[in-house]
Design a protein. Sequence first.
Length: 236
Amino acid sequence: MKISKNYKNLILIIATISLAGVTFGMTMPLSTLTLRSWGVSSTMIGLNSAMPALSAVLLTPFLPKFINQWGQTNVIRFCLVLVATCCICLPLFPDLFSWFILRFLLGAGATGIWVLSEVWINGYAEDHNRGKIIGAYTAVLSLGFIVGVLMFSVIGIEDNRAFYLAAGFIIIAAIPIWTISGLPIDEMADDVSFWRHMVSSPGLMGSSWMMGFLYAGTAYLLPIYALQFDLTLAQS
């Protein structure tokens, strides 16, 4: 049976996002526990961990303009390269100030990856199969996070292998994007108002904010909390 181009592109996008999930599943606890091993306070770890989210808040309103100016595939390719570069640079610049900058840039790259992949997924999904496609996307992404966390628990933070391995996965994730064509969205509206959507859909926007708050809090700070109960690094 011949597979349509749309389904081929869906497979490529889901493959990319699953491999990207491995990278982010590794870097979230890795960054937090590395800072902890430096003796950085929990407050500063929290502020440093907020950099990816801050970059998302500041840069997302401008993302449609970047996409319309440079093209969808060029933007996501740049974001993938940016994330890989930041993963490599983190162990090369082991100081807190540099990590504020690098994690802000890493968050900017991650934002572009998440936004565009979800736009494409929704663009390909139709009413009769939307639930299946979104479910498959979410399941594969979650699997990537699980694999990343498990790999980190085995490798640990004793050396820089985990950072370079995370960079390797995001580089592999970029390969499918270099072969993709025939995307479902030609351009994006660049006059989207955050506040207009906040007023028109407060429940949706508020629940999204709460989900982000809970996710960031648990993903970045729960490992530190676990260490305070004398759990091992792998258990944390």
